[in-house]
Design a protein around this ligand. Structure first.
Ligand SMILES: Cc1cc2nc3c(=O)[nH]c(=O)nc-3n(C[C@H](O)[C@H](O)[C@H](O)COP(=O)(O)OP(=O)(O)OC[C@H]3O[C@@H](n4cnc5c(N)ncnc54)[C@H](O)[C@@H]3O)c2cc1C
Length: 560
């Protein structure tokens, strides 16, 4: 192995000065968003027999919001008691919570023709597959709200000795994960094969440290690291870790093993889309120390997954509020009228028409960078929007006729190669009960973290299909020599603002707390960027928190 990440060898930015790149990107953002929805390959390309396209969240909508394109004048106005804007996990969770509390006078607007946001999925003839979020772990036993939801959708089927029994169909089937390292696939992702005793000792020391953090509680009696993050101890002994990067912390602890550091970079990329030098030490430790779930029939940290990834959870949540959802409805402006009611302007994407909704109150389940554009100067909040940082992701769903076999452990659900830019691929069909079909869909994840987020995002929007293949295929060929000939189709998906990442001082800083506060007691906020950690559990709790804030202010009896 060269030791150099593969895609540093090629790529769009190489050969372009930073200035000319930004100029080019500037031109592109006023023209198109993704380079896009079409498959561009040169006539003699080695990928010419591979079908596929580049897609992502609705490009037209992003274009309208960012570039302030002119829209038709609103043709109608209607009244709604409560409006939820955004149908990702947080918006759906807010809607479910309102309904569960007997509050039914609400409507949820989603700009896409599907709900789920980053937890959306698709399917082809071979399998369903995720486009973003693909798993959760068994939940912390104190987390009654998610436990109850998982019971409602039969993920938890009962209790034995006070421990939840998880549905065997949804616990990740064996074998779960493998790592290609020093020429061989080993079982598990923590590097082990051919490590020196001193590397192994460092790995052991790190996990001993994490065990201590898992048990540690602050002077307020709370765990130092918990899910949701807002349940974590505010003890300064833990909080201080938010003020330095994870990399600085690891240096202070004198961790130097390249294998351990690779693993920790991999974990941060996997959960935050960034490496150890970009996320806070508090967040880096939280990844490992916050999960303490115990089950009657599974190990701690066991994975729950579905062929469609968290798209399965999206479907269960949306079923609970089905009659309240309006898709293809993009909010493009939110302001107050003279009576202090909330006025939302809505663009119907399919009909190219606009309308106005006047609501008593609104839950914004949209990311803050979107809210900033929707509020313009009419709704002000004491937060610094620029201090919120989002990671971009490239996800490819690869349909293969067969998977060339290699030395060591066989195909697992999660398959990762040491010292490569991606975080590997998951086998979407792992949970299929019958494994008779040789054809598979592999979901390959690449966090775009080698450049500052804005540059990475603009580069992502301008790459062609062939350029993405040039980035991905060397790594896949390294994992599975001759795989190119076995590939039928590659569906590329770009998440420009895929997820918030917990930069230094974000989780415990003033900004995040301020962003959770309602405006004038009738505009509420729910999105994972208010947690700083983008996982299903946080989105779920952000939804419940915002809905509870609303219910605490408004008499829920008034509209039932
Ligand atoms: C590549 C990737 C992989 C991930 N993997 C995992 C994983 O394995 N497990 C996990 O737990 N989490 C994962 N996540 C994190 C995931 O983001 C969260 O779990 C969760 O789905 C976030 O939900 P949300 O509601 O906060 O945000 P979003 O998913 O961002 O939802 C916001 C919604 O608002 C809509 N919207 C935006 N603007 C408007 C507007 N103007 N009008 C109307 N609607 C609008 C959007 O279309 C979207 O549906 C992953 C994320 C990414 C990007």
């Amino acid at each position: 192995m060269s030791g150099h990440p593969f895609y540093k060898r090629r790529g769009f930015i190489n050969g372009l000065s930073r200035r000319s790149f930004l100029l080019k990107a500037g031109l592109v953002t006023t023209g198109i968003l993704l380079n896009s929805c079409i498959r561009k390959v040169k006539p003699g390309s080695q990928y010419k027999n591979i079908k596929g396209s580049i897609k992502g969240p609705n490009a037209k909508a992003g274009h309208i919001l960012r570039d302030k394109l002119p829209l038709p004048v609103p043709g109608s106005t209607r009244r709604v008691k409560t409006l939820i804007i955004g149908g990702g996990i947080s918006g759906l969770s807010a809607a479910r919570w309102l309904k569960k509390q007997g509050y039914t006078d609400f409507e949820l607007l989603e700009l896409e023709d599907h709900v789920g946001g980053n937890s959306h999925s698709r399917k082809n003839d071979i399998s369903a597959y995720p486009l973003g979020a693909h798993y959760i772990t068994i939940v912390n036993n104190e987390d009654k709200l998610i436990t109850e939801f998982l019971q409602d959708c039969n993920v938890i089927t009962g209790f034995e000795n006070n421990l939840p029994v998880y549905n065997e169909y949804y616990l990740c089937f064996d074998p779960e994960e493998r790592l290609l390292i020093n020429g061989q696939w080993q079982e598990g992702i923590v590097p082990d094969f051919s490590l020196t005793p001193s590397d192994k000792a460092e790995v052991k020391k790190f996990f001993a440290l994490i065990d201590a953090f898992k048990k540690a509680k602050g002077s307020d009696g709370k765990y130092g690291f918990d899910i949701p993050v807002d349940n974590s101890s505010a003890d300064e002994n833990f909080r201080v870790l938010d003020g330095i990067t994870f990399k600085e912390y690891l240096q202070q602890q004198q961790f130097t093993s390249k294998y351990l550091l690779w693993y920790l970079n991999y974990c941060c990329k996997d959960d935050y889309g960034q490496k150890i030098d970009k996320v806070s030490a508090w967040a880096g430790i939280h990844y490992f120390a916050s999960r303490r779930g115990k089950a009657a029939n599974a190990e701690s940290n066991a994975v729950l997954t579905w062929p469609e990834g968290n798209g399965w959870l999206t479907n269960r949540l949306s079923e609970t509020v089905a009659g309240h959802i309006r898709k293809g409805s993009m909010c493009y402006n939110v302001s107050y009228d003279e009576q202090g009611r909330v006025v939302a302007n809505i663009y119907n994407i399919a009909n190219n028409t606009t309308s106005t909704i006047v609501a008593d109150n609104v839950i914004m389940a949209t990311p803050q960078f979107v809210n900033q554009r929707l509020f313009k100067e009419t709704i002000t909040r004491p937060i610094d929007y620029q201090a919120l940082n989002y990671s971009s992701w490239f996800v490819a769903n690869i349909t293969v006729k067969r998977l060339p076999q290699t030395k060591g452990a066989g195909l697992c659900w999660d398959n990762v190669a040491f010292d490569t830019p991606s975080v590997g691929y998951v086998n979407a069909g792992q949970q299929a009960v019958s494994q008779s079909n040789e054809k598979k869909v592999l979901t390959w994840y690449l966090p775009l973290c080698d450049h500052e987020p804005r540059i990475a995002r603009l580069a992502a929007y301008t790459r062609t299909y062939e350029q993405w293949m040039d980035i991905m295929m060397p790594e896949l060929e390294y994992m599975h020599p001759r795989i190119t000939d076995a590939i039928e189709n590659v569906e590329c998906w770009i998440w420009g603002h895929g997820m918030i990442y917990p930069a230094v001082n974000y989780i415990w800083g003033k900004n995040r707390k301020a962003a959770q506060q309602p405006v004038k007691n009738n505009v509420f906020f729910a999105h994972t960027d208010l947690s700083g950690i983008s996982i299903f559990e946080e989105a779920f709790h952000q939804g419940v928190r915002a809905a509870s804030q609303l219910l605490a202010i408004y008499d829920k009896q008034a509209n039932t």
